[in-house]
Design a protein around this ligand. Structure first.
Ligand code: BG6
Length: 487
């Protein structure tokens, strides 16, 4: 027997972004609007513990009619659309083996279901992939990262409608065919489980259009459509692209019981199961039985078409990817202080953990637990495609940026990843979230920064957009260079 001592030699180190948080150019070269273009900036004073990102039908129509003067920072991003060459050169300098990005569906099909794709959009991503190839950086592409074309929301209520499956398959077929020589690694839906926390974000679904239904009833139906779509495009990718590997993507909500009271343990287990339900379907190709009771008790009826179960069963994903930022603690007892739970209601403070400035509880060992659980449950290769610390940075007078807090966070998480690998977890790679500062998903702030590369832009959208290196830049460079030996 062989003892595993560290990361594989071809471990995929890199960073991850999403089109709507970096590109900008929201209406250039034929791009249509996406759901992300309608999400306003939420200043600190106006948000609670868990930010609500859902907007209403009326809000969207009012924005389109020019009646609202909110700011929409995701429309501008950090201008990656025009600066991708400079940014990719910096990623190459960091030593990236992989760069995770998403294709903005509305750049390819402006309305989501157009007769022909938009050539300018296709050309843009081809240019990006060519640039990555120059440096031997492997792209890892998310097909859908909170970017449903807005017209699919307005006409079909997004993923609640079954018709959207066909439009997505058409979109995937178009990009698989066009980029088959450039892209081998694909993810079907970013953080697919987020649809139950925010149907608009995860699926472009406006729940106010279905007042007779609960949010859960709507979300699980939409999720079913995404599962079927994901299986169908997994099949397609294998047919079109030689050596393609397709993964699912879960926002892992690692949940602990606060006390050893069996009710707390059961509650935490239930929450973990509800979270892992999504990877269960993607990886095992079937709905786990515990969901039947959950659906029955919550009046949820998922309408499936004949053949859906076979599709799920026949085309499971090749690997499992996930985001991990924090752990969550829950209890059945009332006396514990509430904290932010990354969209999870009812999370309470864990007395052993520190929190970020946004209340996310920092828990490197939780990542090891998560990796081990995935390994045991599925036995498939794993990929950590998001992890990082959103923090305020200060630019010194000489332009330097000292971010030891970020280095600490990442170091501790990578250390735990290494422990999991030593335990035999099959880990393909690690892409730190936001290697370059970008617009926050939940708050649309610029000041919640994740990058090794600083971008000069503030929450109001002012700044030169110049890029500069933080202290963490040299640190991550060395991590990659030594394949995680020197942390
Ligand atoms: C993940 C998303 O949930 O977390 C990213 O996939 C997001 O899009 C990241 O940016 C961090 O969240 P936030 O709200 O700090 O940007």
């Amino acid at each position: 027997t062989k003892t595993i001592t560290g990361f594989k030699p071809d471990f995929l180190w890199g960073g991850a972004t999403a089109a709507n948080q970096v590109e900008g150019a929201y209406d250039l070269d034929g791009k249509g609007l996406s759901t992300a273009d309608m999400v306003p900036y939420i200043p600190k004073e106006k948000r609670g513990l868990n930010v609500k990102m859902d907007v209403t039908s009326q809000y969207i129509e009012d924005v389109l009619a020019g009646k609202i003067d909110d700011r929409f920072p995701k429309r501008d991003g950090i201008d990656f659309y025009h600066r991708y060459k400079e940014d990719i050169a910096l990623f190459a300098e960091l030593g990236f083996k992989v760069f995770r990005l998403s294709i903005n569906w509305a750049r390819i099909f402006p309305n989501g279901n157009d007769a022909e794709p938009n050539e300018a959009g296709l050309q843009f991503y081809e240019n990006v992939f060519k640039e990555l190839k120059k440096y031997d950086i492997e792209p890892l592409v998310t097909l859908s990262h909170y970017e449903t074309p807005l017209e699919l929301t307005r006409k079909f209520n997004g993923w609640y409608s079954r018709e959207v499956i066909d439009f997505y398959v058409r979109y995937a077929e178009t990009v698989f065919t066009r980029y088959k020589d450039y892209v081998k690694y694909w993810l079907t839906f970013n953080e697919i489980n987020v649809i139950t926390h925010s149907p608009y974000t995860g699926g472009g679904v406006l729940i106010d259009r279905l007042p007779e239904k609960t949010s859960d009833q709507i979300a699980y139906q939409a999720a079913h459509h995404q599962f079927v779509a994901s299986a169908l495009v997994t099949k397609l990718a294998h047919e079109i692209i030689p050596g393609a590997q397709v993964g699912c993507m879960l926002a892992r909500m690692q949940t602990y019981p606060v006390t050893n009271h069996p009710d707390d343990v059961l509650k935490a287990q239930r929450m973990n199961d509800l979270n892992l339900f999504f990877t269960d379907v993607h990886a095992k190709g079937e709905y786990p039985s515990f969901m039947n009771r959950y659906f029955a008790e919550n009046g949820i009826e998922v309408i499936k078409e004949r053949g859906d179960d076979e599709i799920l069963k026949q085309y499971p994903v090749d690997f499992i990817s996930f985001s991990y930022y924090m752990s969550i603690s829950v209890t059945t007892h009332g006396e514990f202080e509430a904290t932010a739970g990354n969209l999870v209601e009812g999370a309470v403070k864990n007395q052993y953990l520190e929190s970020s400035d946004w209340g996310w509880q920092i828990d490197p060992k939780g990542l090891r637990v998560a990796l081990q659980d995935f390994q045991t449950r599925y036995g498939k290769p794993l990929f950590v495609v998001e992890n990082g610390l959103g923090a305020y940075d200060t630019v010194e007078e000489d332009g330097s940026i000292h971010d030891p807090y970020r280095i600490d966070y990442l170091r501790q998480h990578i250390e735990q990843m290494k422990e999991a690998v030593k335990d035999g977890v099959d880990l393909m790679g690690y892409t730190a979230w936001g290697p370059i500062d970008l617009v926050s998903m939940s708050t649309s702030e610029m000041s919640k920064r994740y990058g090794f590369i600083y971008v000069d832009q503030d929450d109001d959208g002012n700044g030169t957009l110049n890029r500069s290196k933080k202290d963490s830049f040299a640190w991550y460079q060395q991590v990659i260079e030594t394949n995680g030996e020197e942390l």
